[in-house]
Design a protein around this ligand. Structure first.
Ligand code: IFM
Length: 472
């Protein structure tokens, strides 16, 4: 069967080697925040700061995956998933951000990976999903160049410890959020609001990606290496030249700030020009940095939730692109983001699967040789158990159907998409929203930690087992 072949059985079939996965991240699920040598990350500090996270929630216990991982792996196995994307908590395996690894922390991931392999699931390890050791933030955080070097050393020790079991490695998850929500708008840890620092952080995350990619390749010669970017599918609100210029600006600081160095080994001149009043790029970019960031990749991970409609003039109405006390768009703060009419998730994020198809097409046009993975996609719903104990989430099933149909369309159009990771395996700590938003296909009762499969889990499991979804 070719990658887009389609037997006539009323189903949309995916390629036989397509990865049907689910994704999570360490701080959002593990808990055990002070166990086995783990020290605080910036998210422990941030969530313990009054007013930063809804309801004062923290990830200290989260969904206790640290102690319940075997149950969670068994649920994935029983559903029939073929892959699981998780992240390694840097402060668990190298608590200060310096020095040798902590074996007790590494052992947790060895046990997790062994359980996955035994269950027939491909482990996909992300090295950084936002939990920077607090000690490194105290030394300057991502705006400091040394953090990129520290990340390279941490990546080496993680890859050396787990490379005998893990071949799929992702360096960073959504570095845009780390840089621009962490140091620009301040809605994410560490909660700083300096546009110049946000840009410095972005450059050092590019460098960190390059350092980690080299470290993983050295430790795991057959590694399948990727990075996960939350690319913005930017759409001008009107066909005016001013709105086109707004879209260009957001594409620069939202997408090309990472796509440029990582896929092409350079920053685009328009991005440097838009932000030249904020940072001295000539000093920031040291010789060899963009070469390092342009590390060979086996796939690009794309995280997609919703498109962005932009205009030159305000006011902004978009819930998905709201700002904190600072702006996440350094140099382009005046661009307005709009909320279209139509269905939205319980995050208020508009639902539009055409954005995923457009995004895949855009990246494919830019780098036709590069395989793509959907490393996150999903929606938050106001889920609750019925008196019979069932959790019915037809909106999430419709979302998965629509977005997987878009992926199928992309594959049929010749785009090399290798897998799909639903976000998220289970309800968890949704950052500044605490436990108020549920993205899981598995419902978690946060008081008892009881797991219940939602109807979307059964739907997705059937898709994974058949390698196909219903024709819409
Ligand atoms: O929960 C997050 C995840 O950690 C990163 N991507 C977006 C998800 C939903 O907000």
């Amino acid at each position: 069967m070719t990658r887009s072949a389609r037997p006539d059985d009323g189903l949309l079939h995916f390629p036989p080697d397509f990865l049907w996965g689910a994704a999570t991240s360490a701080y959002q699920i593990e808990g055990a925040a002070a166990e086995d040598g783990r020290t605080p990350s910036i998210w422990d500090t941030f969530s313990a700061t009054p007013g930063k996270v809804h309801h004062g929630d923290t990830g200290a216990v989260a969904v206790d995956h640290y102690h319940r991982f075997r149950e969670d792996v068994a649920l994935m196995r029983d559903l029939g998933l073929s892959a699981y994307r998780f992240s390694i908590a840097w402060p668990r395996v190298q608590p200060t951000g310096h020095g040798p690894g902590v074996e007790r922390g590494l052992d947790f991931y060895r046990r997790l990976v062994d359980a996955l392999l035994e269950a027939g699931l491909t482990p996909v390890a992300t090295l950084y999903h936002w939990d920077l050791p607090q000690e490194l933030e105290d030394a300057g955080g991502w705006p400091a160049r040394d953090t990129a070097e520290r990340f390279g050393a941490y990546a080496a020790l993680a890859a050396e410890a787990l490379g005998d079991r893990v071949s799929h490695w992702t360096t960073l998850n959504e570095p845009w959020c780390s840089a621009f929500l962490g140091y620009g708008s301040g809605v994410h840890a560490p909660g700083r609001t300096d546009p110049a620092d946000a840009l410095r952080a972005a450059h050092h995350l590019n460098l960190a990606h390059g350092r980690a990619a080299a470290a993983v390749r050295a430790a795991v010669p057959d590694a399948r290496l990727s990075v996960s970017l939350n690319l913005h599918q930017v759409r001008p609100l009107t066909d005016s030249a001013a709105d086109a210029e707004a879209a260009r600006r957001i594409d620069a600081v939202g997408n090309r700030v990472f796509l440029g160095p990582m896929l092409h080994g350079r920053y685009d001149d328009d991005l440097l020009g838009d932000t030249a009043h904020l940072v001295d790029w000539d000093r920031l970019i040291q010789p060899g940095d963009t070469v390092a960031a342009h590390a060979p990749l086996d796939a690009l991970g794309i995280n997609y939730y919703t498109p962005a409609w932009v205009s030159a003039d305000g006011p902004s109405t978009s819930v998905a692109h709201g700002t904190g006390s600072g702006s996440p768009w350094p140099g382009s703060e005046s661009v307005a983001f709009h909320q279209p009419a139509g269905p939205a998730s319980s995050m208020g994020w508009p639902i539009d699967a055409t954005g995923l198809f457009d995004l895949l097409s855009r990246v494919h046009r830019e780098r036709p040789d590069l395989p793509l993975l959907i490393t996150e996609n999903g929606m938050a719903c106001d889920d609750y158990p019925t008196p019979e104990g069932e959790v019915r989430d037809p909106e999430r099933i419709a979302y998965l159907q629509d977005h997987l149909t878009a992926v199928h369309r992309a594959i049929a159009a010749g785009i090399d998409v290798r897998g799909y990771f639903q976000w998220s395996l289970m309800d968890n700590f949704e950052w500044a929203y605490g436990y108020a938003k549920r993205f899981g296909v598995i419902y978690v009762d946060f008081a008892t930690q009881r797991r219940t499969l939602k109807s979307s889990a059964y739907w997705y499991g059937e898709a994974a087992r058949k390698g196909a979804i219903p024709t819409p």
